[in-house]
Design a protein around this ligand. Structure first.
Ligand SMILES: Cc1cc2nc3c(=O)[nH]c(=O)nc-3n(C[C@H](O)[C@H](O)[C@H](O)COP(=O)(O)OP(=O)(O)OC[C@H]3O[C@@H](n4cnc5c(N)ncnc54)[C@H](O)[C@@H]3O)c2cc1C
Length: 400
C-alpha cells in the first residue's frame, strides 16, 4: 500500500495509536516475554500489529507511513515488546522477503500476533564472525531434510516455537555457496536446547543440538543453496533492528539514567561529570538521527544496507562510554550493591549487559570491516578461501 496520508489522516491515526497505548501499556514489563506476547495479541486485535504487512499474511495492511507514526507515538510509552525484537525485527522481514506465498500464509500471522515466538540460529562454536564457516548440515531425504550439528548463543531458543536456521547443504561448493535457510519447528524430535547461564543472572542464550532432525522440504526458506545471501539480508535487518531501537524520535536513554544518578549523589555539579553527561547526550542524539535515516530509507523501499552497521557500531561505542561514565558517577555501586530490585542492582546489570552490544549481531571489528569495504570503498580483506570447496577448508572440526 503506497498512498500518502493527508495531515488529518496522519493526526487521526496518531490519536488512535495514542489512545490504544494509553490503556494498554505499563512500565516494568519490557523484559517479560509473556507480557510482550499478551500486549502484541492486543495490538493485533486493534489492527496495529505488523502494520505494513498485507492482511492475508496477518498484517494490518497499512503503509510504512503508518508504521512511522506508530513508532513516533510509541516513543512516549514504555516499550512492551523488547523480547520480540528477534521475532519481529529479524525473522518476520526475512519470512516476508524470502517466503513463498504458502509459507507467508502459514507462518506470518502467528508470528505477527506473537502466538509464536521465533529465534535466529546462525552462530556455531566454530562460526560466529565468519558464520559462513558453519558446519551444521542438512541432507535431503525424500520429502524431508535431515539436520545434524550444533548452534550456540541462540537467544530465546528455550522459549521459541520456530527458528530461522542456516545449514550447509552442499559441502562441495565454496563456503558461501552451499548454504540454505530453513524454518525449523523447535518441538521436532532430535532438537535439544540447553540454556546458558549469564553473568548478569539472566538466562537468554542457549546451545542447541540437532540429531537427525527431520525438516519438511516445504520449510526450505528461499532458494536451495542461496542461504548466504539471505543470511546477509537477515544480518542487515538485525543491525537495523539493534541500531534503530527508539528510531521514532531523538532520545537519550543512557544520558537519562546517568543524569538521574548524578543528581541523586550530588555529582551533577561537578564540571567534569557535566562535561561527560553532555558527551553522552550528544552521542545518543547523533545515533538517534542515524537510526531515523535508516528507518526513512527503509520507508522509501530500500532494503537495509551497510549503513545499518553505522548505528549498530555507534550503539556499542556509546555503551562503552556509558560504562566509563557510570563508574565515575556511581563508583562502587556499579560493582557491588545491597538489596534485590535496588537502583544499584539495575545499574550494575545494565553495565554488565551493555558489554554484549559489541558482540551481538556482529562484533565491532566486523562492523568496521563492513563500513570500510562497503560504505567507504576501502580495499577488502584478503580472502584465502574463495573458490575452494568447503569440505577442503580447515575450519571448525575440519581442522584435523
Ligand atoms: C547478546 C548476544 C546475543 C546473541 N544472539 C544470537 C542469536 O540469537 N543467534 C545467533 O545465531 N547468534 C547470536 N549471538 C552470537 C553472535 O552473533 C556472535 O557471538 C558474534 O557474531 C561473534 O562471534 P563469536 O562469538 O564466534 O566470536 P569470533 O568470531 O570468534 O570473534 C572473536 C574476536 O575476533 C574478532 N574477529 C573475528 N573475525 C575478525 C575479522 N575478520 N577482522 C577483525 N576482527 C575479527 C572479533 O571481532 C572478536 O573480537 C549472540 C551474541 C550475543 C553476545
Amino acid at each position: 500500500m503506497s498512498t500518502v496520508l493527508s495531515p488529518q489522516e496522519a493526526e487521526e491515526f496518531a490519536n488512535q495509536v495514542r489512545s490504544f497505548l494509553e490503556s494498554n501499556t505499563s512500565s516494568g514489563k519490557g523484559r517479560d516475554l509473556s507480557a510482550a506476547q499478551e500486549f502484541q495479541g492486543r495490538l493485533a486485535e486493534a489492527g496495529f500489529a505488523g502494520i505494513p504487512f498485507p492482511k492475508e499474511y496477518g498484517g494490518a495492511g497499512l503503509t510504512l507511513e503508518h508504521e512511522r507514526i506508530f513508532r513516533q507515538v510509541a516513543q512516549g510509552f514504555p516499550m512492551m515488546t523488547g523480547e520480540l525484537v528477534i521475532s519481529h525485527g529479524m525473522c518476520l522481514p526475512v519470512l516476508n522477503e524470502f517466503g513463498t506465498d504458502e509459507q507467508k500464509r502459514k507462518f506470518m500471522p502467528d508470528n505477527i500476533s506473537a502466538k509464536t515466538v521465533w529465534c535466529q540460529m546462525f552462530s556455531e562454536p566454530g562460526a560466529g564472525s565468519d558464520v559462513a564457516s558453519l558446519q551444521t548440515k542438512a541432507e535431503r531425504d525424500g520429502d524431508e531434510w535431515i539436520l545434524n550439528g550444533q548452534k550456540v548463543w541462540t537467544t530465546l531458543a528455550h522459549v521459541s516455537d520456530y527458528g530461522v536456521i542456516i545449514a550447509r547443504t552442499d559441502p562441495d561448493q565454496p563456503k558461501h555457496a552451499g548454504i540454505s535457510m530453513f524454518i525449523i519447528d523447535l518441538k521436532t524430535p532430535g532438537v535439544e536446547i540447553r540454556p546458558i547461564n549469564q553473568i548478569d543472572g539472566g538466562n537468554h542464550f542457549n546451545e542447541v543440538f540437532f540429531t537427525d532432525v527431520r525438516i519438511p522440504a516445504d520449510n526450505l526458506l528461499g532458494e536451495h543453496n542461496n542461504g548466504w545471501r539471505q543470511a546477509t539480508a537477515m544480518l542487515m535487518y538485525e543491525r537495523v533492528a539493534i541500531g534503530s531501537l527508539n528510531a521514532g524520535k531523538i532520545t537519550q536513554p543512557m544520558y537519562d539514567v546517568l543524569a538521574k544518578w548524578a543528581t541523586r549523589n550530588g555529582s551533577i555539579s561537578d564540571p567534569v561529570v557535566r562535561d561527560e553527561l553532555m558527551q553522552i547526550y550528544c552521542m545518543e542524539s547523533t545515533k538517534s538521527m542515524v537510526a531515523m535515516r535508516n528507518r526513512e530509507e527503509m520507508k522509501a523501499g530500500k532494503a537495509p544496507g551497510p549503513g545499518g552497521s553505522l548505528g549498530k557500531l555507534y550503539g556499542s561505542i556509546i555503551a562503552k562510554r556509558f560504562r566509563e561514565i557510570a563508574q565515575n558517577i556511581a563508583g562502587p555501586a556499579t560493582a557491588a550493591w545491597e538489596g534485590e530490585g535496588s537502583d544499584e542492582e539495575a545499574l550494575a546489570v545494565n553495565m554488565i549487559g551493555s558489554l554484549s552490544s559489541g558482540i551481538a549481531g556482529g562484533t565491532d571489528e566486523i562492523q568496521r570491516n563492513i563500513i570500510g569495504d562497503r560504505v567507504l570503498g576501502l580495499p577488502r580483506d584478503i580472502s584465502v578461501d574463495t573458490g575452494v570447496a568447503f569440505k577442503e577448508l580447515k575450519v571448525g572440526t575440519q581442522r584435523s
